[in-house]
Design a protein. Structure first.
Length: 542
């Protein structure tokens, strides 16, 4: 910006320059037209130029008045083209597995001459122009030759690059599958590579294997692609062992060593395992991967396991008990020195037997047989109300229970039954001991007409002293309907039952509740009477 005077008037002259001589062609603007303004005074401001202006501008008041004005700006661009160098950049070695490549003709900055390209058309599939200095070329076959670039300047600048297009590289190396080492083997990594390197540092195409181990090779092709492969030669199997002669529990699985090429058992089966079903001699023949033969034999006997002559029991006169040890072993010895695997006990006493198997294992067992104790009962005679149900239970420890008569009874062949007689009835129960002796007892159930009432106490003490520990109604007579519910003061149900024989123990979900007053509701009905509902409270006292 500059102040200029013409014909006694001051004017503002504006000139704009744009462009960068280093990277692009030059472009400068023409001086603008003079712009007329009101007289004014410019005062200098002290400042220093910097890359970034950080100082604060100072306001200066002048004596001129601003007015709107306009002016035309004409821009003239001029180009300076300097073309005195040309150089091609791009790969000199190309593999057909990556056929598309980029080439650039480097020119000096400011050169506007667009280069032309030339190459043997038989070598390429296509050439595509990316911009005024770059092309991409797709090669279609192995080839060697030049790529040219030149411009049409008077000097006819040109450059070339020598290119080698290499055939597709070897896909991979196959040294073979892992195997067993039997004799020296020559490994071949294959032709078509520029270099080889084996695990020991050798660089030949092949390698001779003279013992078991892991072998590998790394090969590089002409395109600098690296390939590798590994093979493991394991030691040949030379030991066959199916176990020592022993006593086992049948069926028993015999297993030959892994690593053999074939197996043959005495029955012709060919798996590494064999299921032995009984005592006997078992033989297996094998061949390893080097076709060497091996044989092994094993003798299996029945193993003696823990056994029992039975639980201690009782004996009835005239009913002997037969004792038995497991069969199939070499020696037996009873308390009387008899040597069979079974024994008949005809009288009370202590009986034992010792058994040996073929491996020298010794196991014994003892049983005590006592005289029969006839302590058997069906319970005490009982008085019940008519239409009341009662549970009868005979003594435990017996078998084959049988109740008579079969009159209003739940199941006549169990230890515990329920009965509901309408008249006085004597029930007789019979049972047997484990030794087959029979025992019997009778219980009299007297039936009478009872008064009907239901009474609910006002307090209970669930302290587990056996007195007043449960809160429940006291009932006389037989109920046709019954429901008893207990609530806490927040209305939460803490107990509910439809069986008047069951009561509340003062807990909620297993947790004992503290002293408090609880509300109860009872709905019930006696035969021939209308249903009733009672409500009240109960005090829990600990």
């Amino acid at each position: 910006f500059a102040n200029q005077a013409e014909n006694g008037q001051e004017f503002l002259r504006v000139t704009e320059v744009k462009g960068n001589n280093i990277e692009t062609s030059d472009c400068t603007g023409r001086d603008t037209s003079f712009v007329k303004s009101q007289p004014h005074i410019l005062a200098p401001i002290t400042f220093a130029w910097d890359t970034i202006r950080t100082e604060t501008a100072t306001t200066i008041n002048t004596n001129y008045t601003l007015i709107d004005f306009s002016f035309n700006r004409e821009e003239i661009c001029s180009s300076i083209s300097i073309c005195d160098s040309l150089r091609i950049t791009g790969p000199g070695s190309i593999c057909l597995n990556s056929p598309q490549q980029l080439f650039t003709a480097k020119r000096n900055p400011g050169c506007l001459k667009v280069p032309n390209w030339k190459i043997d058309p038989a070598a390429i599939q296509s050439m595509q122009t990316i911009n005024d200095s770059t092309v991409t070329i797709i090669f279609k076959q192995a080839w060697e030759g030049y790529l040219y670039a030149f411009n049409s300047s008077c000097d006819r600048l040109s450059d070339s690059i020598y290119i080698r297009v290499l055939a597709n590289p070897v896909v991979s190396i196959q040294l073979g599958n892992d195997t067993t080492f039997c004799s020296p083997v020559i490994l071949d990594a294959g032709a078509g590579f520029e270099s080889y390197r084996w695990q020991d540092g050798s660089t030949n195409r092949s390698f001779t294997v003279r013992h078991e181990g892991i072998y590998y090779v790394t090969a590089t092709d002409r395109c600098n692609n690296i390939f590798t492969d590994t093979i493991h030669f394991s030691a040949k199997q030379t030991e066959l062992f199916i176990g020592n002669d022993s006593c086992v529990q049948f069926p028993y699985v015999l297993t030959a060593n892994n690593g053999f090429a074939s197996y043959q058992w005495q029955d012709g089966s060919s798996q590494p395992q064999f299921m032995a079903a009984m005592p006997g001699i078992y033989v297996v023949k094998t061949t390893n991967a080097c076709n060497e033969a091996f044989t092994d034999t094993i003798v299996l006997n029945k193993k003696l396991l823990a056994f029992s002559l039975g639980n201690d029991t009782t004996i009835c006169a005239g009913r002997p008990i037969h004792l038995s040890a497991p069969a199939g072993f070499t020696a037996y010895q009873w308390q009387d020195n008899s040597a069979n695997n079974n024994f008949t006990a005809a009288a009370p006493g202590t009986y034992y037997v010792a058994v040996n198997d073929a491996c020298g294992n010794l196991i014994s067992d003892t049983i005590t047989i006592q005289p029969l104790q006839l302590a058997f009962t069906a319970g005490n005679d009982t008085l019940i109300c008519k239409k009341e149900r009662i549970v009868l239970q005979a003594s435990s420890g017996f078998v084959n229970y049988s109740w008579q008569p079969d009159y209003r009874i739940s199941n006549a062949n169990t230890m515990m039954v329920w009965v509901e007689p309408e008249i006085t009835t004597a029930y007789r129960v019979m049972a047997q001991t484990n030794s087959g002796c029979t025992v019997t007892d009778t219980i009299l159930i007297e039936v009478k007409d009872c008064p009907q009432y239901l009474y609910i106490p006002s307090a209970f003490t669930p302290n587990r002293d056996g007195k007043n520990d449960l809160f429940k109604p006291s009932v006389s007579g037989v109920l046709e309907e019954y429901e008893f519910i207990v609530y806490n003061r927040w209305g939460q149900t803490v107990f509910r039952s439809t069986d008047h024989r069951k009561g509340w123990d003062g807990t909620l979900k297993g947790t004992a509740l503290d002293n408090a007053v609880f509300i109860w509701i009872c709905r019930y009905k006696f035969p021939g009477l209308p249903a009733e509902l009672k409500k009240g409270t109960v005090m829990l006292i600990r």
